[in-house]
Design a protein around this ligand. Structure first.
Ligand SMILES: [Zn+2]
Length: 373
């Protein structure tokens, strides 16, 4: 899992005058339907090599080759973004596979270039996931689409149910009170541990799983600060394996993210109506992309449209055009203009939100953008 300590450690590496090649590539399958990143990486490596001084070029050529062969042979590990950091001279190699897209970029320098990874850490919140029942709790940390079990919480000396009416020699009523007392102790303990995790782990959001009873009991003990962080709950068996936990959490997150995206669509449409830094519809989005003003691109998942692209300068338009108005090259007709638009947005460093279903956005032309200015 990508973490700040590791990134900070890499950022401090001094190469004793050795060179580092840092390569960031967006391999999001939604934005690279035909494996377009293969072409992008080839072009980027070639352009970078050509731009370098002859001596430097010789030194980093092995890094470039290593990066290229890694990308061509490593596909099954791909998520949405890759960061490859290489210094053959220093015997250094690091790769990160991220569940979020990154802007395509190659930097050659005497230290590894870490800004994109640091930005990712700043931009994406960490989630705590807690499974809880009356005797036992499990805490997980989730970040950038990955989950790790953090700790298990048992609270000692909780009387078991099998001892009911046994050697405790307590009246039934007082025995139940006794159990309640211990369950409360356990839940208070769990909440303490969760509190510690939230402050130490830089946790922005919380997802809680367990039986209905345990959930409502636990939630009643949450502080206001904890309650505010909860984005959803789910029912699960306490001994579920990590994949089952992950899949339950994914469902909660998707629902939450869809709600957030709907709010974003709402904001975009309202702004566009007031002509305040937002545009709707393919033509307007393509002009805004051309002007480099797009900050967030939003479109409906199944939205397809055809258009025209200049193979030379990348000019995009939905209008039939034979020659590029900028460089006079032949324009090529493409069936998936939205993919080109999304790729262009990624290159601009904009975020791309693919919205699964949204009536408001559909009626506004299925695509829109929030602009930087
Ligand atoms: Zn052109």
């Amino acid at each position: 899992m990508l973490n700040r300590e590791e990134i900070a450690k890499i950022a401090k590496i001094k190469g004793n005058d050795n060179y580092f090649v840092s390569c960031y590539l967006n391999v999001d399958p939604v934005l690279n339907t035909k494996g377009d990143y293969n072409i992008h990486i080839k072009n980027m490596l070639k352009d970078t090599l050509e731009s370098l001084d002859k001596n430097v070029r010789k030194k980093v050529k092995p890094d470039m080759e290593k990066i290229e062969s890694n990308i061509f042979s490593n596909k099954r590990n791909f998520k949405k973004g890759i960061a490859l950091l290489s210094s053959t001279e220093s015997g250094f190699w690091k790769e990160f596979h991220l569940a979020i897209g990154l802007k395509n970029e190659i930097v050659v320098d005497k230290t590894p270039y870490m800004k994109p990874l640091l930005d990712v850490l700043d931009r994406y919140q960490r989630y705590a996931v807690m499974l809880v029942d009356k005797e036992f709790a499990r805490l997980f940390v989730m970040h950038l689409g990955e989950i790790e079990e953090y700790k298990e919480v048992f609270t000692e000396n909780i009387p078991g149910k099998h001892k009911k009416g046994g050697w405790f020699s307590l009246e039934q009523k007082s025995f139940e009170r006794h159990i309640d007392y211990h369950v409360d102790l356990h839940l208070k303990d769990v909440i303490q541990q969760l509190k510690a995790l939230i402050s130490a782990g830089d946790i922005g959001r919380l997802v809680v799983g367990g039986s209905e009873e345990a959930l409502s009991k636990t939630k009643s003990l949450f502080t206001k600060q904890m309650s505010d962080k909860i984005i959803g709950t789910f029912n699960i068996n306490m001994v579920a394996n990590i994949n089952e936990v992950m899949s339950k959490v994914q469902t909660v997150l998707e629902k939450y993210e869809n709600e957030e995206k709907n709010l974003l669509v709402d904001e975009m449409v309202t702004k566009a109506m007031k002509k305040e830094n937002a545009v709707l519809g393919l033509d307007n989005v393509l002009s805004a992309l051309r002007e480099g003003r797009v900050m967030r691109l939003l479109y409906i998942k199944d939205y397809k449209d055809s258009g025209y692209v200049c193979g030379e300068c990348g000019f995009l338009t939905s209008q039939k055009t034979d020659k590029c108005p900028f460089c006079k090259e032949e324009m090529k007709k493409v069936d998936y203009i939205v993919d080109y638009a999304a790729q262009k947005a990624v290159e601009l460093g904009a975020t791309v939100e693919v919205v699964s279903e949204n009536k408001e956005l559909k009626e506004a032309g299925s695509i829109g953008a929030i602009l930087r200015y």
